[in-house]
Design a protein around this ligand. Structure first.
Ligand SMILES: C[S@@+](CC[C@H](N)C(=O)[O-])C[C@H]1O[C@@H](n2cnc3c(N)ncnc32)[C@H](O)[C@@H]1O
Length: 166
């Protein structure tokens, strides 16, 4: 497992937590530079690109603006992994007026990026086989406990899905 983040504070804490684990690494790098990340020494040492890989873009793509080509970035990572690999994305979702109100507040904290619609988030998975139940609010992705009939705004803010590379 290799965790990548461009905030130098995050790897500093991660490295302290993982100091005794030789099978994980924390790399300071920028998601928008797939060549640097795929060529990183720790990535090459710990990830076996001859076997299916889990590419987890968790809470990160909403930091990227459209002109930074988030779809092309997803494709660059998926091109590097073999058939049978899985892509996991969670993303802030523009699904209602409530979520648009939340976006204004969140963007002040997130710094960069934007919420995307379900269709826009689903488009990141184009070319791969979305597994059931598709792109849904996170609490609805194979829930293990009963959920209230209506989710609160907070529980509908983040959508996610998983797809398999054919
Ligand atoms: C909401 S957090 C999610 C962290 C982690 N994926 C998780 O689920 O716990 C978003 C993280 O993305 C990092 N980040 C933002 N833009 C980035 C970029 N261009 N490249 C790498 N990391 C980035 C931030 O520093 C922050 O730690």
């Amino acid at each position: 497992m290799v965790y990548v983040d461009n905030d130098p504070m995050v790897p500093a804490h991660g490295r302290a937590l993982l100091a005794v684990n030789e099978r994980t690494a924390v790399v300071t790098s920028d998601l928008r530079d797939p060549a640097a990340i795929l060529g990183d020494e720790a990535v090459k040492r710990l990830i076996d690109f001859d076997r299916p890989v889990g590419v987890m873009l968790v809470g990160i793509l909403h930091h990227l603006h459209d002109d930074e080509d988030p779809r092309g970035i997803v494709e660059a990572y998926m091109a590097a992994v073999p058939s049978g690999s899985h892509l996991f994305i969670t993303h802030f979702c523009d699904s209602s007026q409530d979520s648009r109100d939340a976006e204004k507040k969140f963007l002040a904290l997130l710094g960069t990026g934007r919420f995307r619609t379900v269709a826009e988030i689903t488009a990141f998975f184009e070319g791969y086989d979305l597994v059931e139940p598709g792109v849904v609010p996170l609490p609805l992705w194979r829930p293990e406990a009963d959920l209230p009939e209506e989710l609160t705004v907070g529980r509908r803010l983040m959508f996610g899905g998983i797809a398999r590379k054919p």
